[in-house]
Design a protein around this ligand. Structure first.
Ligand code: 3PG
Ligand code: CO
Length: 554
């Protein structure tokens, strides 16, 4: 019989105040000039590392350890926080879509059958991130979707692309557009009217998250739905090539553009009777557009027109909100997360980050579930992020504010677990600005110090870890590990990495005999939940990945 009640840990006491700190984008790599964590002054994290092997170790944060298709898949915040919070490894969106496409099941499902009803008389619009980054979407999946739709009678297709440069190298957008254009040309030969209709850089157009800046979504809406944008081109290839030639142009931030015909009319606005698929499998940066496409009542910006469409997401993006109503592939069912267990066992929980990562320590942590498990026992605090800037302009971000909120929560005595995400290493790392990323790492380290000081004051315990690598390696490397050159210049890596991440435990409340076991060498992020449950005085559920700690007699 199922019960939420967790068994008592045989050796560890309850009632300790535990800070769980996630440094976003903070991996472990060789010390060199592209390792911003190494270059930065990080005395706090350095001192934690001295606790190895008993109180500091590395854990895996990429590939199969976090439910991604292959060991070549870098980690990301969604799968990382899912694993940290859920304590088990679930096949993630990327993998589930692969399987559904491989078996062809995607084309028999309710979602596809729904959009198919528009194939005869309407246009199929595909909107999403165009790259092979594998974090939010993958080009090969779009290609298979196009093929499947054409085999099933689609007559007219329009693509609305978002250029990447964040999960892949900046500048790679041109090649992705070329690949897609080739595919579309082949479809046209087969008699399908297929074209790219609009585009823009992901950080400037459509892919905002956690309602940080609705104007981003509006710029996308205007181009995709209304067919209006400040830039008009005859083809998408011409668009990205021209826009990239501007000084300081960057794939992530290309302005919105539409493709127009001979008479200057946009080739693909979304109109009544059309079908729309948002082909990102990851939720955080598609939820806002999904709401705009689906909600009858909507006041975040003026949609001007609200076309009657058949809309499906690649995945369901929010199980709680049932958003969107139709989707092509069912998301992983991440239930019985550690957050839910702990709250149901009376652990009072506080979670905090700034807007750009707020959903990571709440929504992703709780298995892609929004809201509280028990309002009486939980408090989630969001600190507004700066918007309208790239974070290399303000690399300190809200690190101090987050640490101060955590500190207050720790000292208040009102909470047993205080969980935060410090975004700096990741958000600034994604800009590719090495100098700024060094400043960012230093800021995150200082924030950790503030939180550890508060833990010291109350006799608590800390668990400091990260969700995936980013700031520790800022250069694209060849197979032998040497920086890769292009036109005589090293290629800056804006994306995450395949590196492992540190985990450190300590604090005055840590029982003397607690140390990392040495028999879980391949431990990954999913092993952290059981570890934290133990430190709260509970045994983890038996199907959780094993704990990283043991208690020896001292
Ligand atoms: C983003 O969405 O910013 C990147 O694609 C992935 O970053 P995250 O996984 O750290 O959020
Ligand atoms: Co990131």
């Amino acid at each position: 019989d199922f019960s939420w009640k967790l068994p008592d840990h045989p050796k560890l006491p309850k009632g300790k105040t535990i800070a769980v700190v996630v440094l976003d984008g903070w991996g472990e790599a060789n010390a060199n000039e592209y390792n911003c964590i190494h270059i930065a002054e990080t005395p706090t994290m350095d001192s934690l590392k001295k606790g190895a092997p008993e109180h500091w170790r590395l854990v895996r944060a990429h590939g199969k350890a976090v439910g991604l298709p292959t060991e070549d898949d870098m980690g990301n915040s969604e799968v990382g926080h899912n694993a940290l919070g859920a304590g088990r490894i679930f096949a993630q969106g990327a993998k589930l879509v692969d399987l559904a496409l491989e078996s062809g099941k995607i084309f028999d499902g309710e979602g596809f059958n729904y959009i198919k009803e528009s194939f005869e008389t309407g246009t199929l619009h595909l909107i999403g991130l165009l790259s092979d980054g594998g974090v939010h979407s993958r080009l090969d999946q779009v290609q298979l979707l196009l093929k499947g739709a054409s085999e099933r009678g689609v007559k007219r297709v329009r693509l609305h692309i978002l250029t990447d440069g964040r999960d892949v190298l900046d500048g790679s957008s041109v090649a992705f557009v070329e690949t897609l254009e080739n595919d579309l040309a082949k479809l046209r030969e087969k008699g399908v009217d297929a074209q790219i209709a609009s585009g823009g850089g992901r950080m400037n157009v459509t892919m905002d998250r956690y309602e940080n800046d609705w104007s981003v979504v509006k710029r996308g809406w205007d181009a995709q739905v209304l067919g209006e944008a400040p830039y008009k081109f005859k083809s998408a290839l011409e668009a990205v090539k021209t826009l990239r030639a501007e000084p300081k142009a960057n794939d992530q931030y290309l302005p919105p553009f539409v493709i127009v015909d001979e008479s200057g009319k946009s080739v693909g606005p979304i109109v009544d009777g059309d079908a729309v698929v948002t082909f990102n499998f990851r939720a955080d940066r598609m939820t806002m557009l999904a709401k705009a496409l689906e909600y009858e009542n909507f006041d975040k910006f003026d949609r001007v027109r609200f076309p009657k469409i058949r809309y499906a997401g690649m995945l369901e993006y929010d199980g709680e909100l049932k958003l969107p109503r139709k989707y092509l592939v069912s998301p992983p069912e991440i239930e019985r997360t550690s957050g839910e267990y702990l709250v149901k066992n009376g652990v009072r929980t506080f979670a905090c980050s700034e807007t750009v990562k707020f959903g990571h320590v709440t929504f992703f942590w709780n298995g892609n579930r929004s809201g509280y498990f028990d309002e009486k026992l939980e408090e989630y605090v969001e600190i507004p992020s700066d918007s309208g800037i790239t974070f290399n302009e303000k690399p300190i971000m809200k690190a101090v504010e987050i640490a101060e909120k955590a500190r207050e929560a720790i000292l208040s005595g009102k909470f047993d677990q205080i969980r935060v995400n410090l975004p700096n290493g990741d958000m600034v790392g994604h800009t590719g600005d090495i100098e700024a990323t060094v400043v960012a790492c230093k800021a995150a380290d200082k924030a950790v110090k503030l939180i550890l000081d508060a833990i010291e004051q109350v006799g608590g315990i800390y668990v400091v870890t990260a969700d995936h690598g980013n700031a520790e390696d800022m250069v694209k490397r060849d197979k032998s590990g040497k920086p890769q050159l292009k036109d005589g210049q090293v290629q800056i890596l804006t994306s995450h990495t395949l590196e492992p991440v540190p985990i450190a435990i300590g604090g005055p409340g840590l029982a003397p005999g607690v140390r990392f076991r040495n028999d879980v060498p391949t431990g990954g992020l999913a092993n952290v939940a059981a570890t934290v449950m133990n430190l709260h005085g509970f045994e983890a559920p038996s199907d959780y990945e094993t704990t990283l700690i043991e208690v020896v007699d001292k």
